[in-house]
Design a protein around this ligand. Structure first.
Ligand code: DP6
Length: 400
């Protein structure tokens, strides 16, 4: 009798927010970047994707993927196909070396994935999504490759996804090889090295659709005259500086490099033709308030960064929770969701600075422009779990 067993593996994967931004591809089909980037992996206690990869000879032909309850058309997603092909060929190598292994590479895959945060939270989920997909299938196939080796595959799903295969502080080395073999993610420091890093994500109300990052970066590479300077000169120096700052737990340098790199990234967006602007008045109010807070504190207590959208992400250290998160909490008031949760304890009695000492227009604009916050911090990489989203008979299970 043929093997009708359903093989399963389930993993969680985190979101990451870059402090040195990936923006620009030197090879769009292999998804190779023009510059290295560096991110902080965020705690999965706040945000995570849960993915079960399963396969069985009993499944009907064709791989399937269900995301948040909705079946996806994999055949039209070159990126998903590239990831699955990369993983299958590694499994084929294993099966060729050890003929006693079940021929999982021949079985259709059934992959089921869920985010624990609503799409309405306005967070790009592709990094956690592709990292979870690659990790789950790699576990299903019992691949011996390390997270760094698997990052070559995850990168083809979404560039930023390669950094979500690792926890803590993660660099994606741009590499120089044409085949992308040296374009990989590696740990700069584990979360335990600098565990008190916190991140406050402010979700901006405006539902305006932004230019997708893949399209935006192609426009920038093709048209921005400032872009080459950023990629070739500015970013390499910043990568060195921020890696040193992380090793030395030097928040002042970490923060300044983070803010400057966000600003330079948005400057090359604006220098694109036609120009791209992701930040809005609410974003700029947050920038103003972070500079105000650092001035009032007399030292650097907070850093902002913005991805391809208007949401501010504020990095700070736990010991400065009162002055940083406490101030934002008192500006936003209790009408905003998300202050509760695993990182909220230290904020119970936080007051922040006197709001009168801050730019009053920025306080008003930010105060009326944010719908929810996500309070989180640096965290670990993907974790293998046994809360499967596919049952023993291959049925799709509802999440808890
Ligand atoms: C601004 O990883 O979404 O968030 O590789 O085309 O899928 P693709 O792009 P993606 O771009 C992320 C851009 C960014 C900066 C960053 O995360 O480094």
């Amino acid at each position: 009798m043929s093997d009708q067993k359903v093989y399963r593996a389930t993993t969680t994967a985190p979101v990451n927010i870059a402090v040195i931004k990936y923006w620009g591809k030197r090879d769009a089909s292999l998804n190779l970047p023009t510059n290295s980037s560096l991110s902080v992996t965020l705690s999965q206690r706040s945000l995570r994707t849960l993915t079960t990869a399963s396969c069985s000879a009993s499944y009907p032909a064709g791989d399937t993927l269900t995301l948040n309850g909705a079946p996806q058309d994999i055949t039209s997603s070159k990126r998903t196909l590239a990831c699955l092909e990369g993983l299958r060929s590694l499994r084929r190598e294993l099966e060729a070396k050890d003929p006693s292994l079940p021929k999982l590479s021949n079985f259709p895959l059934r992959i089921v994935s869920e985010n624990n945060f609503p799409t309405a939270a306005g967070l790009a989920s592709s990094a956690a999504g592709f990292a979870a997909l690659v990790r789950a299938v790699a576990d299903l196939y019992e691949l011996p490759q390390s997270a760094t080796e698997l990052s070559r595959i995850a990168r083809q799903g979404s560039g930023s996804a390669c950094r979500s295969l690792l926890g803590g502080y993660v660099a994606w080395r741009a590499g120089t090889q044409a085949d992308g073999s040296d374009s990989i993610a590696e740990e700069v420091a584990p979360a335990s090295h600098w565990p008190n890093m916190r991140a406050l994500i402010l979700v901006v109300s405006a539902a305006k659709k932004d230019v997708p990052s893949t399209e935006g970066m192609q426009t920038t590479v093709a048209t921005s005259e400032l872009f080459a300077t950023r990629a070739n000169t500015v970013v390499p120096a910043r990568m060195d500086a921020i890696e040193k700052a992380i090793h030395n737990r030097d928040f002042h340098t970490f923060a300044e490099v983070t803010m400057r790199d966000s600003n330079t990234f948005h400057a090359v967006c604006l220098d694109s033709w036609p120009p791209i602007s992701y930040m809005n008045d609410v974003s700029r109010a947050a920038v103003r308030l972070v500079h105000d807070l650092n001035r009032i504190a007399g030292r650097t207590v907070a850093a902002y960064t913005f991805d391809a959208g208007p949401n501010p992400v504020i990095y700070y250290l736990e010991e400065d929770s009162d002055i940083v998160a406490g101030t934002f909490k008192s500006i936003l008031g209790s009408g905003v969701e998300g202050w509760e949760g695993p990182f909220s304890d230290v904020l119970q009695n936080a007051k922040g600075v006197d709001l009168k000492s801050l730019d009053s227009r920025a306080v008003d604009v930010l105060g009326s422009g944010i719908t929810r916050v996500i309070l989180t911090g640096v965290g670990e990489g993907p974790e293998k779990v046994d809360t499967h989203l596919v049952g023993e008979k291959g049925e799709i299970l509802k999440s808890q």
